[in-house]
Design a protein around this ligand. Structure first.
Ligand code: 5AD
Ligand code: FES
Length: 352
């Protein structure tokens, strides 16, 4: 199996069968072998630095009904909220003072936020903080909408594909959503010129090693700038309440494989990873991640943006979260930096 990891490091791709075999043959020794390589590659591009993104969860209204997600429209137990433009700008002001240079506006698919409303918010943030990047994470929209928001100043877009296996996709989502449209959205975002992030959940119901192989093959084809993965964690008010969560070990293994495939990608150690293991984010960085995303949302809405159960950091001020993250990273020899943290283009001629 180590030979397969060597091959992945060299060729940056394996076949579907090889990926599936590698994933199902995972052992602690093999994982350590992978993580060491993943760390070395990450160090070549990013040294021991960790980029921070300030996450602003600005609406928990969602018109979709994804079976895994706590803020799905059928969940009537959610107390819904929307942040005003002023509240969002205030989060950015606070975040800027703390050293954040990227703001991620994340929300459910909420039709209230029209292109006009969003464009106004985005261009105001860019006007107030010209040295910052604005990332959107607001789901599927039309090509025209993505274009308008990009013209308003949005630099980056996060849209996880969730699973690249068509059969699996249909078992996680209501029939209104299709993997085909999801993939088209990602292509549109790239064509428009966004730095694009995709990703998937690890351990979601009905997932097989072949599904995960399909995820990796899709990522190799799309060549995104960012890849966010995290364990599936059940939410008690969803149809998947009774399923078990994805494991730390498999999530870390997938993270390491992605680092070998995309040496210079921006890969977050996610909140979900920190939720299933108290040192999950540290372990993520040690498996090849180079980004963390502390929460900048106002305290009074923190416990309303719950995609899954037991989410961490719901009671912490942005400053506390940031300090906690700095300490955590220092404890493993890494350093949180004040920077936009753009993707470093690869120099393919450089020997590896
Ligand atoms: N467990 C883990 N991750 C989840 N997400 C949504 N619901 C869950 C859950 N129950 C992830 C999805 C989405 C991102 C914002 O959060 O991958 O793209
Ligand atoms: Fe939020 Fe630790 S990162 S409290």
């Amino acid at each position: 199996m180590e030979r397969l990891i060597d091959k992945l490091e060299k060729d940056r791709i394996l076949s579907r069968e090889e990926f599936a075999l590698l994933i199902s043959s995972r052992t602690p020794q093999l994982s350590e072998y992978l993580f060491e390589k993943a760390r070395n590659i990450r160090h070549k591009y990013y040294g021991n630095t960790v980029y921070i993104r300030g996450l602003i969860e600005f609406t928990n209204y969602c018109k979709n009904d994804c079976l895994y997600c706590g803020i799905r429209c059928s969940n009537k137990n959610v107390s819904r909220y929307r942040l005003t433009k002023e509240e969002i700008l205030e989060c950015c002001r606070k975040g800027y003072a703390l050293g954040f240079r990227t703001f991620v506006l994340q929300g459910g698919e909420d039709p209230y936020y029209t292109d006009e409303i969003l464009a106004d918010i985005i261009s105001t943030i860019k006007g107030n903080h010209p040295d910052c990047a604005v990332t959107l994470s607001i789901g599927e929209r039309s090509y025209e909408s993505y274009l308008k928001l990009h013209e308003a100043g949005a630099d980056r877009y996060l849209l996880r594909h969730e699973t690249a296996n068509f059969d699996h996709y249909s078992r996680l989502h209501a029939p209104k959503l299709s993997l085909q449209n999801r993939m088209q959205c990602l292509k549109n975002l790239k064509a428009i010129g966004y730095q694009v992030g995709t990703g998937f959940m690890v351990g979601s119901p009905f997932q097989t090693p072949e599904c995960l192989a399909d995820d990796l093959l899709f990522i190799a084809e799309l060549m995104p700038h960012m890849v966010g993965i995290g364990p599936f964690i059940p939410h008690h008010d969803t149809p998947f309440a009774g399923y078990s969560a994805g494991t730390v070990d498999l999530t870390l293994f997938m993270l390491g494989l992605i680092r070998l495939m995309l040496p210079s990608a921006l890969i977050p150690a996610t909140t979900a990873l920190g939720t299933i293991d108290p040192r999950g984010r540290e372990k993520g960085v040690l498996a090849g991640a180079n980004v963390v995303m502390p929460n900048l949302s106002p305290l009074n809405v923190r416990n309303k943006y719950l995609l899954y159960d037991n989410k961490i950091c719901t009671g912490d001020e942005a400053a506390e979260c940031l300090n906690c993250m700095k300490r955590r990273m220092q404890s493993i020899g890494y350093e949180v930096v004040v920077s936009r943290g753009d993707h470093i283009p690869e120099n393919h001629s450089e020997p590896r």
